[in-house]
Design a protein around this ligand. Structure first.
Ligand SMILES: Cc1cc2nc3c(=O)[nH]c(=O)nc-3n(C[C@H](O)[C@H](O)[C@H](O)COP(=O)(O)OP(=O)(O)OC[C@H]3O[C@@H](n4cnc5c(N)ncnc54)[C@H](O)[C@@H]3O)c2cc1C
Length: 348
């Protein structure tokens, strides 16, 4: 899937069948009625094998489903959550070419027209874009109002004036589709505004705050997967007449990796627990994503080294974990953005 830059046929359908696409959607709306913690466990588990699949599950559950659960009207929930739980992939479109870290500098325009709004502009880096049937799109009603103009819209695939553009050729998580979105006079009915006009910034902030714990879980699973391969390989590979895992240097490398993974696990689970308990969690979520992505990169890098030359080639899984780890420091807020949140919450 990494080479082909796409998910295997039928894989997304299986994710739905397994109930992994409606983890927190209430049972009466066709979901699993689970907790945020359950979603985090699913993302972690899938990431041990393929973080590219996990990002689809992560964006769908922690950003799209959660934004709808929190902000949608009863009618919107009844219309969309059953579909999102059963057969419709969601995507979350905030970033643009000129607005990444400075997300609220977005330029996509929404103009009020009879019965709804007309969208014009472009989004960049949108995960799940190829597979998605529903997109949460952030656009501004009034650029001069700054973040107070930002409004979230529910845009269905196939809406006139909306096209999914070029797919990025990426370093890692290559099976996951990351595409440009183009809005050219795309009209959406008033009923498709998510939350209130001008309150899109609150939706973005809230969903990304909890989404970060999901990325922490992705990086945790990635590190666990890489560690497992390194540990197994260390028992199989023989040099100097013994398994390389019999050398204390290799044992200590694995021990250090395991310790860092354990620390990340506690951070991810603690942040998810706080979120489910309705306790403040923004600082913990930022710390979790920051540290989890650092540990994932370090562990994946050590995994490559434990594999030696075999770590550097595509015949073995080590190099893929290493490539996949990098994005953890970039999306849903770069490491610097997490540090800013942590500094602010520390009174700095
Ligand atoms: C694979 C992938 C999938 C993605 N999926 C989605 C998606 O589904 N939906 C979506 O909306 N977006 C998505 N994104 C976009 C992602 O959220 C942005 O790439 C990210 O927020 C960084 O923005 P940028 O790329 O514009 O980098 P920039 O904001 O240009 O940052 C470049 C560098 O400058 C630093 N920097 C910027 N401002 C400051 C500052 N004030 N202080 C210190 N350092 C600073 C950053 O930390 C970074 O190191 C995805 C990106 C990737 C790569």
């Amino acid at each position: 899937m990494d080479d082909d830059q796409q998910f295997a046929n039928g894989l997304v359908k299986q994710l739905f069948e397994l109930g992994l696409m409606g983890i927190e959607v209430p049972e009466e709306l066709g979901g699993a009625g689970g907790s945020f913690f359950d979603a985090v466990l699913a993302i972690e588990a899938i990431s041990t094998v393929d973080p590219a699949v996990a990002v689809l599950v992560d964006v769908h559950n922690t950003l799209v489903n959660n934004a709808l659960r929190r902000w949608a009207t009863e009618e919107q929930k009844k219309l969309w959550l059953p579909r999102l739980a059963v057969d419709t992939v969601g995507a979350y479109a905030l970033s643009e070419a000129g607005s990444g870290s400075d997300a609220f500098a977005l330029q996509t325009r929404a103009e009020a027209v009879a019965g709804g709004f007309r969208l014009n502009g472009r989004k960049l880096w949108i995960s799940n874009a190829r597979e998605a049937g529903l997109f949460i799109v952030f656009a501004t009603l009034d650029p001069s109002a700054g973040y107070k103009g930002i409004t979230a819209f529910l845009v269905e695939k196939g809406t006139a004036g909306f096209t999914v553009g070029r797919k990025e050729d990426k370093l890692g998580i290559r099976a996951s589709s990351t595409c440009e979105l183009v809005f050219d006079g795309c009209e959406v009915p008033e009923a498709n505004v998510l939350g209130e006009p001008g309150k899109g910034y609150m939706i973005a902030i809230e969903t990304l705050n909890e989404g970060r714990i999901g990325i922490g879980a992705q990086m945790l699973g990635l590190a666990e997967g890489a560690w497992g391969h390194a540990a197994r390989y260390s028992k199989e590979r023989r040099q100097f007449g013994k398994a390389i895992g019999e050398f204390q240097a290799v044992q200590f490398t694995l021990a250090q990796m395991a310790t860092e993974i354990e620390a990340v696990k506690l951070m991810v689970y603690n942040a998810a627990r706080l979120k489910d308990a309705g306790q403040p969690y923004v600082r913990e979520a930022a710390m979790t994503k920051l540290f989890a992505s650092q540990v994932a990169e370090r562990v994946a890098s050590q995994c490559v080294e434990v594999f030696g030359g075999n770590g550097f080639v595509r015949d073995y899984p080590a190099e893929k974990y290493y490539r996949d780890a990098k994005v953890g420091k970039i999306y849903e807020g770069t490491s610097n953005m997490q540090l800013m949140t942590i500094a602010k919450s520390s009174g700095q």
